[in-house]
Ligand binder design. Structure first.
Ligand code: PLP
Length: 451
């Protein structure tokens, strides 16, 4: 059969290139039709994700490109209103209070911190644009080693390994660590990258109901037959703003001889008295074995991710973890940003602590206005609306009032649980937060979300 196909192919080639080319052209045309129809389906389902273009730095105040609704007209005007130039509350930058940004993961406002930017420029000048190599061939510089050491120290762990992203860290850990003899128990609402990482490994897989400790215990009992059990959970869940019950998870892990892995992307830098994360907040730093987190959110916001934990695990990841072995080293400028962000956090806990009061202000004012805010004590504040269209129309109308927020609906969140997600940053001023609440109140009344 293979021979017959090979002979046909050879005859086809012998008969001249045009036939082969038209075959390829037909295949390309067929693919194009299929893709266009798939794109149409996405549009038809109302789940199309469009991207707004920012023409300024990331920060609490933004300029958006284009003349569309809510786009900031720069120095002169935004929409029909004249906009004042105001000092940025954190770093004495003069910015235009055009769009107030409530949808970035820039929790500590370090993305545009002058010292973070300077550190990136210095690293770029001293170490160049990039390594043109993976780490183990020709891609490890002293700054990579310094940053790994700093991350381990920050989390009080033995060692750390850098990745191009936390998505990669999650994609690389489970396959390297777990075999068919082992088991992984994963919260059903874990981040997509944890789900994908678990799919790649050959361990026995258990999915427990979201933050449901009875279900986790039942699954741990079932998993006793395996050599090793690893409970994997987000420290803080980004769609609901809720925090994993780590104390209870660690108690169950203790009872059933399991290890605990947490993804701290929405916790590192600002949860806990010193911003170490969920494990510090809940007093279980010594009970969580493995932490994966990102450099692309609170820690400067550039890019990059890491695993930190026991040294033999980190050593093994350097040998076996595919996204580490087969992807380029982090660029020096990116390393410089994250390194400086960690320095700032380790020098003082004032930045980390500045989050809580802002979050509390928003949550309590919105609740008093009549809105339901999901989660607790986390700067991710989902304003629950239920209806997908309402969430989308209200988010658009918020932008018309200079407040940049995003509506989420099915399939990103469950049907009937549409919401607008608001993310508070340490560099929002009280006035920013109050303007956001006022705009929500106006828009909520206009669209019938508030009586
Ligand atoms: N894990 C969680 C919980 C996240 O929210 C994200 C990013 O959205 C990631 C992992 C991936 O992080 P990175 O952007 O560093 O790939």
């Amino acid at each position: 059969m293979w021979r017959a196909a090979a002979v046909r192919t050879l005859r086809g080639a012998g008969a001249g290139a045009p036939r082969a080319a038209s075959g390829a052209a037909a295949a390309a045309a067929q693919l194009r039709r299929r893709l266009e129809s798939e794109l149409e389906d996405i549009r038809g389902a109302g789940t199309w994700k469009s991207e707004r273009v920012i023409v300024s730095r990331q920060g609490p105040h933004l300029r958006l490109a284009g003349g569309g609704a809510g786009a900031c007209g720069g120095e002169e005007e935004e929409g029909s209103r004249s906009l004042p130039s105001v000092p940025c509350p954190c770093f004495s930058l003069s910015v235009h209070a055009g769009i107030i940004n409530f949808c970035a993961n820039n929790y500590l406002g370090l993305s545009s911190h002058p010292e973070v930017i300077r550190a990136a420029v210095e690293a770029l000048e001293k170490f160049g644009a990039g390594l043109s190599s993976v780490r183990f061939i020709c891609g490890t510089q002293s700054i990579h080693k310094d940053l790994e050491e700093k991350i381990a120290r920050f989390h009080q762990r033995e060692d750390a390994i850098l990745y191009a992203s936390c998505f990669d860290a999650n994609a690389g850990i489970f396959e390297a660590l777990l075999t068919p003899e082992d088991a992984v128990l994963s919260d059903e609402l874990n981040h997509a990258s944890i789900i994908d990482g678990i799919r790649l490994c050959k361990a026995n897989k258990y999915r427990y109901k979201h933050m449901d400790m009875q279900d986790l215990e039942a699954k741990l009992k079932e998993a006793q037959k395996h050599r090793l059990r690893l409970v994997a959970t987000d420290g803080a869940f980004s769609m609901d703003g809720d925090i994993a019950p780590l104390r209870e998870i660690c108690q169950l892990a203790q009872k059933y001889d399991a290890l605990v892995f947490i993804d701290e992307c929405h916790a590192t830098g600002f949860l806990g008295p010193n911003g170490r994360g969920t494990d510090e907040l809940l007093g279980v730093m010594d009970k969580v074995t493995i932490i994966n987190s990102t450099l692309g959110k609170a820690l400067g916001g550039a890019a990059g991710g890491y695993t930190t934990g026991p040294k033999p695990l980190i050593d093994l990841l350097r040998q076996r973890s595919r996204p580490y072995l087969f992807s380029n080293s982090l660029p020096p400028a990116v390393v410089g940003c994250a390194s400086k962000a960690l320095d700032l956090l380790m020098e003082s806990n004032a930045i980390a602590q500045s989050m809580a009061a802002k979050t509390q202000r928003f949550r309590s004012k919105m609740t008093a206005a009549g809105f339901t805010i999901s989660g607790k004590d986390h700067p991710i504040c989902p304003v629950m609306l239920g209806d997908a269209r309402l969430a989308s129309v209200m988010a658009e109308d918020m932008l018309n009032r200079g407040i940049y927020v995003i509506g989420f609906s099915y399939p990103v969140v469950p049907k009937g649980k549409a919401r607008i997600r608001v993310q508070i940053s340490a560099v929002h001023s009280d006035e920013d937060i109050d303007r956001c609440v006022e705009a929500f109140t106006e828009v909520g009344r206009k669209h019938g979300a508030l009586s």
